[in-house]
Ligand binder design. Structure first.
Ligand code: GDP
Ligand code: MG
Length: 162
């Protein structure tokens, strides 16, 4: 079964996406950045696609613009195992230096990447989605993990890979 890693800085909605795809509250979601302490894995279902999914933890907060060693190691380990990476950004807050640090890790691993502009429901998400072109990870999939919007575009992006 293919393995998909969800990667991104704390608070972009990784665990919310994980919970939506796994359909169980296996990952802890919290308003405080970085609250998910442990990496979670589950079997995801998206239409007729089934795959293993890894929710990378926020771990402790790093200084802005830097990644803690633990966070970096855990992210690298998940990417290493993965056949594809869902790289999440927060479309409402736009791209911040931490996004670029995580994007560098993803790019270095050479795995297929799907750029997901989360929190794009309503109109608040447009600026961040345009901003995310500058990451050089391709066209963003506008998405809302909380509201379940963008699932069919995510399906189209994942179907050739998993
Ligand atoms: P993580 O740290 O990347 O795992 O992020 P979480 O999944 O814990 O979510 C962080 C915060 O963003 C929580 O308050 C979520 O409810 C919120 N969130 C997640 N997805 C969405 C979304 O699609 N839209 C909005 N507006 N908020 C979201
Ligand atoms: Mg989390």
């Amino acid at each position: 079964m293919a393995v998909v890693a969800i990667v991104g800085r704390p608070n972009v909605g990784k665990s919310t996406l994980f919970n939506r795809l796994v359909g169980q509250k296996l990952a802890l979601v919290d308003d405080r950045p970085g609250v998910t302490r442990d990496r979670r894995e589950g079997e995801a279902q998206l239409g007729d696609l089934s795959f293993r999914i890894i929710d990378t933890a926020g771990l402790e907060e790093a200084e802005a613009g830097s990644l803690s060693d633990r966070m970096r190691r855990q992210t690298e380990a998940a990417i290493d195992e993965a056949d594809a990476v869902l790289f999440l950004i927060d479309a409402r807050s736009g791209i911040i230096p931490d996004d670029r640090a995580f994007a560098d890790l993803v790019r270095r691993a050479g795995r297929p990447v799907i750029l997901v502009a989360n929190k794009a429901e309503g109109k608040g998400g447009l600026a961040g989605a345009y901003d995310s072109f500058s990451l050089g990870l391709g066209d963003p999939v506008p998405f809302s993990a909380e509201h379940g919007e963008g699932l069919s575009d995510l399906y189209d992006a994942l179907a050739p890979i998993v």
